[in-house]
Design a protein around this ligand. Structure first.
Ligand code: UT7
Length: 326
C-alpha cells in the first residue's frame, strides 16, 4: 500500500504582535517571569474582524500553492480548532466556501492542542482507504477571543494563528505511523466552561468570565511531560526507532520547560533536535505544531529522508504522536 505524505504546507500569522512588555502594562507580570517560566517573548493577536476561518483560508491557500494544487483538487477538508467561528456551521464548511473548493466532505475536529496530529492521522486513514485523493488539514485558532485578559496565569500564554497541510499519496517517505490517545477523566484541567448545553450563555456566565479558558497549569505541566514522552514511545517503538534515529521533533509548543524535559526523557539534545517557535507565537493550540512544521521546512531544518516526530498534548486530555519520513 502506498503511503500518505505531505504535498504542501502553509501558515498565516496575524500582523499584530503583543509583547511581554505590553502584557506588563496589562496585568501583574514581568518579561522575566514569562520568559523563564514559559519561553514566550511575544504572540500574534488576530484583528477584531478576523475570525478563525479567515486565518484558516489564508493558511490553506498557501499550502495549496506549495502543493501546486487548486481548491478543486481537494476532496476532504478537516479543520482542527477549539475556537470555531461559531458552533455551526463548522469552520471547515465556512472554509470550503471561502476557498471555492468543491462540495466535498468537510468537518471540524475538537481536540485542542493535539488537533494537527489528529487531523493528519485522520487524513492519512481516509487517503489510505481510497476515500479521498487529496486532503486539506487546517489548524486554526483565535485564542485571544477566549482569553481572560485580567488573568495573568493564562493571558500571557496564548496566541492566534493558522497552519495547513495538503496530503496525498507519495512514492517515497510519508507517514510511517501514528499514536493517538485521550483521557476524559482529566478534562477539567483545561476547559472553557460556558456556552455549551451544560451552561448556556447568560448574563451571569458573561459576568463570571466563564466564556474564557480556565487552566490548572502546574497539574497539566506534569501530565504533559509524561504523556508526550509516552506518546513518542508509542509511535517510535513499533517502528524500531530510537531517539538517535529522529532527525527533528516538531512538538506542540505549550512551554519550553515541557519540551526540554521531553528531550531529556527521550535522550536527545533539545537544542539540536527540538524545533521551537514558542518564543515568537506562544501557545496557539492546534495551530502551534502546524506552524512549527511549516516553518521548520521553510527554514531548511528538514531535508529529504529526514525522520520527523510530531508530538502534541492538550485539553481533553488528548495526545498524539506521528512519525513522518520527509
Ligand atoms: O497547551 C497544552 C496544555 N497546556 C499546558 O501543557 C500548560 C502546562 N503548564 C505550564 O506551562 C505552566 O504550568 C504555566 C506556565 C502555566 C505556569 O507555570 P508554573 O511554573 O507551573 O507556575 P504556577 O502556576 O505554579 O505558579 C507559580 C507562581 C504563582 O505564585 P505563588 O502562588 O507561588 O506566589 C503564580 O501566581 O507564579 C505566579 N504566576 C505568575 N507570576 C507572574 C502565575 N502566572 C504568572 C504571571 N506572571 N503571568
Amino acid at each position: 500500500m502506498k503511503r500518505t505524505g505531505i504535498l504542501g504546507l502553509g501558515k498565516y500569522l496575524p500582523a499584530n504582535i503583543l509583547t511581554n512588555a505590553d502584557l506588563e502594562r496589562m496585568v501583574n507580570t514581568s518579561d522575566e517571569w514569562i520568559t523563564t517560566r514559559t519561553g514566550i517573548k511575544q504572540r500574534r493577536i488576530a484583528a477584531d474582524n478576523e475570525a478563525t476561518s479567515d486565518m484558516a483560508v489564508k493558511a490553506a491557500k498557501s499550502a495549496l500553492k506549495s502543493a501546486g494544487l487548486e481548491p478543486k483538487d481537494i476532496d476532504l477538508i478537516i479543520v482542527a480548532t477549539i475556537t470555531p467561528d461559531m458552533f455551526f456551521p463548522s469552520t471547515a464548511c465556512l472554509l470550503q466556501h471561502k476557498l471555492g473548493a468543491g462540495r466535498v466532505a468537510a468537518f471540524d475536529i475538537s481536540v485542542a492542542c493535539s488537533g494537527y496530529v489528529y487531523g493528519l492521522t485522520i487524513a492519512d486513514q481516509f487517503i489510505k482507504s481510497g476515500f479521498c485523493k487529496h486532503a486539506l488539514v487546517v489548524s486554526a485558532e483565535k485564542l485571544s477571543g477566549v482569553t481572560d485578559w485580567e488573568d495573568r496565569s493564562t493571558c500571557v500564554l496564548f496566541g492566534d494563528g493558522a497552519g495547513a497541510a495538503v496530503l496525498g499519496q507519495v512514492e517515497t517517505g510519508g507517514i510511517l505511523g501514528a499514536a493517538l490517545g485521550a483521557d476524559g477523566s482529566k478534562g477539567d484541567l483545561l476547559q472553557l466552561p460556558a456556552g455549551g448545553s451544560r451552561m448556556p450563555a447568560s448574563i451571569k456566565t458573561v459576568e463570571n468570565k466563564l466564556h474564557t479558558i480556565k487552566m490548572e497549569g502546574n497539574v497539566l505541566f506534569k501530565h504533559a511531560v509524561k504523556i508526550m514522552a509516552d506518546a513518542a514511545l508509542a509511535v517510535t517503538e513499533p517502528l524500531g526507532l530510537k531517539g538517535d534515529d529522529i532527525d527533528i521533533i516538531i512538538p506542540h509548543q505549550a512551554n519550553i520547560r515541557i519540551l526540554n524535559a521531553l528531550a531529556k526523557r527521550m535522550g536527545v539534545n533539545p537544542e539540536e533536535k527540538v524545533y521551537l517557535n514558542i518564543e515568537k507565537y506562544g501557545n496557539m493550540s492546534a495551530a502551534s505544531s502546524a506552524v512549527a512544521l511549516t516553518e521548520a521546512v521553510e527554514e531548511g531544518r528538514i531535508k529529504k529522508g529526514d525522520i520527523i516526530l510530531m508530538d502534541a498534548f492538550g485539553g481533553g486530555l488528548t495526545w498524539g504522536a506521528l512519525v513522518i519520513e520527509w
